[in-house]
Design a binder for this molecule. Sequence first.
Ligand SMILES: Cc1cc2nc3c(=O)[nH]c(=O)nc-3n(C[C@H](O)[C@H](O)[C@H](O)COP(=O)(O)OP(=O)(O)OC[C@H]3O[C@@H](n4cnc5c(N)ncnc54)[C@H](O)[C@@H]3O)c2cc1C
Length: 380
Amino acid sequence: MSSSNGDLRRPLDVAVIGAGVLGLATTDALTRRGADVLCFDGRPPGSGQSGGLTRTFRHRHDHEDTVALAVAARQRYRSWEERYGRRLIGDEGAVYAGMGPADVAALARRGVPHHFVSADRHREVFAALGPVDGPLLVDPGAGAIRARRTIAALTEWTRGRVVMADVHCVTDPGDGRGIEIQTHEAIYRARHVVICAGTATPKLASGVGLRIPLHCALHARPHYQVRPEAIGGPLPCWVDRSGANGEMVYGSPIGRTGQYVVGLIGDGVDIALTDEGALPAGRTMDEHVRRVSAYVRRALPGLEPTPVGVRVCVMSKLPAGSDSFGGWHTDGVTASTGHNLFKLAPVLGELLADAAQHNRLPVELERAGERALATSGSPR
Ligand SMILES: Cc1cc2nc3c(=O)[nH]c(=O)nc-3n(C[C@H](O)[C@H](O)[C@H](O)COP(=O)(O)OP(=O)(O)OC[C@H]3O[C@@H](n4cnc5c(N)ncnc54)[C@H](O)[C@@H]3O)c2cc1C
């Protein structure tokens, strides 16, 4: 594959780094547009933050631009479902506590169906929920993303495009012959490189001078058995920002398994590793699980309060916190990362494909990136 002048570098139009939901969605979008694209990852697709069974798809976000992207993403998930022939987002809906009229103004402006129900009707919209203080917001078009199935669909659509190799570094040799990426398998020269390497994105992007202040910390995700009497129908996704039960949490059904996952939200709840890669002295993931289980005991009587399992994941956040994300660009390279990206992946994949094709950052990613660098944001 070396070129005729003896150069061992392999030419390529677009290289995507990372086969998580974002990299796969980008590779799929570029493939459909007829691009010469390869996606690089040293692990099987979906081994990073995109692993596991479930994620919440919801429309409500603090910033209206993100609501608009969620509306577009829901539509694109429907096209993915048609193409794959299977459902990728359930029809469970989402219920939120701690929201007022100001929190739904963007939903109303974007025409997203939603309504409030009074506190005394809480069990009608969330059968596992105990008494609440205030009204509950219902987003009926939300639901639990079948995360593993989505990765399987994308893996099928990008077959033959994924190279099982990590990229050691991304550099611009400045000779006008493209961006160089080094892998154990070969050295490539790409016209454009899209970096979607999750927690490794800042390090790879720094090779071409992009600075992305992504903070990574460990997050425990215990799951609970739903009590049989609460399984009247599917339980909805749950966001409790009220703090009324001592914690702010999210929750999501795990498909039709009869299990429900609950996790803490808010700044500072996840545990950052020390520079040596250890948990800080005196901290354990058990404390996380205990806090979630105490919440479940107080607020969710429809769940057995003893967890049946727990996953520990890396949670990545930009300075503005939850739901923030963005794109960063320099000539020949676009990078994207953030938090809670699974729900937006179909639309972010298209935007990153635009970036690769036109060597320009789409305004949606640029503005989101500017917001993401603000220092405080929403807990979810
Ligand atoms: C516990 C938890 C709960 C979440 N809940 C939600 C939710 O409810 N809703 C939602 O929308 N989102 C949620 N998210 C976030 C969402 O899962 C992530 O934002 C999304 O999966 C990130 O996808 P990604 O493709 O950017 O990164 P990843 O999935 O991490 O993919 C990055 C890939 O890059 C690869 N890689 C790393 N280094 C290199 C290298 N040097 N060379 C090549 N490849 C490399 C990795 O192996 C990995 O496969 C949650 C995340 C977690 C952890």
